[in-house]
Design a protein around this ligand. Sequence first.
Ligand SMILES: Cc1cc2nc3c(=O)[nH]c(=O)nc-3n(C[C@H](O)[C@H](O)[C@H](O)COP(=O)(O)O)c2cc1C
Length: 213
Amino acid sequence: MAVKSDVVSQLEWRYATKKFDSTKKIDKETWNQIEEGLRLTPSSFGLQPWKFVVVTDQKTKEELVSVSMNQSQPADCSHLVVICRVEKLDKEYVEHYIDAIANTRGVTQDSLAGFRDMMVNFLAKKDAEQLQAWASAQCYIALGTLMSTASALHIDNCPMEGFAKNEYDRILKLEERGLRSVVLCALGFRAEDDKYAQAKKVRFPADEVIIHV
Ligand SMILES: Cc1cc2nc3c(=O)[nH]c(=O)nc-3n(C[C@H](O)[C@H](O)[C@H](O)COP(=O)(O)O)c2cc1C
């Protein structure tokens, strides 16, 4: 029997919010659930090659507008999440993950040697550009999880690629943390007069985009 869920209505409710009500802030309890949703995002091998920078400092949010194609969402949203990829994905990073598996599941490091070597080789075979593309692809999975989690909690959201990555990296001192910005998500509450909230969703019909074999 199919499980009943509100998921489709939540996805219909959400839209890329252009105008946030800057007076409304996401409460702590709700925000904690959103963060937990982000943390639980799956990734290839489970390697989690990301960090999520949550910007709530109003001065910083305002500074980010001019390097976001003058879009107002960074300033007016409640929380701005900058989804970042980890720059250095090497043997040490894999070891860190192997430690986490061993500790969490109570298994020996030795039993994970094959898995570790496979991941180390997978990463070592890639050049810098390929590694960047792979890590960025993982970050977009986090973006999807973030939007779905937020929408399930009736928190408005706007995914954003329209920003200067180098400027974000500089302003948020991301390079110093070994990170590079990939994509953003502004979260909060839609302004009453955001006309995009009324716009009908434009999606190709199911028989055009879904192929059953
Ligand atoms: C990766 C990504 C980047 C986007 N970048 C921006 C952006 O910079 N500014 C913006 O207003 N909307 C942005 N959007 C929103 C899309 O335009 C919007 O999701 C799409 O038109 C579908 O509309 P809907 O989300 O309202 O259903 C982006 C969406 C995605 C998925």
